[in-house]
Design a protein around this ligand. Structure first.
Ligand SMILES: CC(C)(COP(=O)(O)OP(=O)(O)OC[C@H]1O[C@@H](n2cnc3c(N)ncnc32)[C@H](O)[C@@H]1OP(=O)(O)O)[C@@H](O)C(=O)NCCC(=O)NCCS
Length: 145
């Protein structure tokens, strides 16, 4: 059986795959920056994350297939998570598997800020141990314990 595996991204080897998931219209709609961006600006962003001590990106694979990624950002006090699944593989429980396995391996208090109209991610949060904390503008804020 092929397991879902993940590792911290520390090179640009999968830059194209991460880009394709990121510029999918649904991913853009639910991200903070909703404007489409070029591959070269994506590369700049990715290089910055790779060299950062505070931010990381984790890539999830099953066999050789890219399933999705989780972005981890450490801001002053808390760790923030955001995520996306390969558009072709949505709705097959990979979101749940990805988030649960990440939290299991790196247990911490995490915050997720989800747009109010992102029903699937709000549901995903609740299924993965997050609790609703509060509303902040157009975002719903969730946290793990
Ligand atoms: C949000 C996202 C990661 C979910 O991943 P996924 O693999 O499709 O989700 P799952 O299959 O694990 O489903 C999670 C829950 O949502 C439900 N769900 C999934 N797709 C759904 C759909 N199209 N309509 C209604 N419910 C849906 C599932 O049934 C499941 O709930 P359940 O356990 O009660 O059955 C994925 O849709 C995505 O990449 N979206 C764009 C990026 C995004 O919104 N990121 C969040 C910014 S923080």
């Amino acid at each position: 059986m092929n397991k879902l595996v993940f590792k911290k991204v520390n090179s640009l080897s999968f830059a194209k795959e991460i880009y394709e998931i990121s510029i999918d219209p649904v991913s853009l709609k639910f991200s903070k920056n909703t404007k489409k961006f070029s591959f070269s600006s994506h590369l700049k962003w990715l290089k910055k994350i790779i060299s950062s001590k505070k931010n990381n990106i984790f890539l999830f694979k099953k066999h050789r297939k890219i399933i999705g990624f989780i972005i981890l950002k450490k801001k002053i006090k808390y760790y923030y998570l955001s995520w996306a699944i390969n558009p072709k593989l949505r709705g097959f429980s990979y979101g749940k598997k990805m988030l649960r396995s990440f939290i299991k391996r790196h247990p911490r208090k995490y915050i997720a800020e989800i747009k109010d109209n992102n029903y699937i991610s709000k549901k995903l949060c609740l299924k993965c141990g997050f609790k609703f904390l509060k509303k902040r503008k157009k975002y719903n804020v969730y946290s793990t314990n």
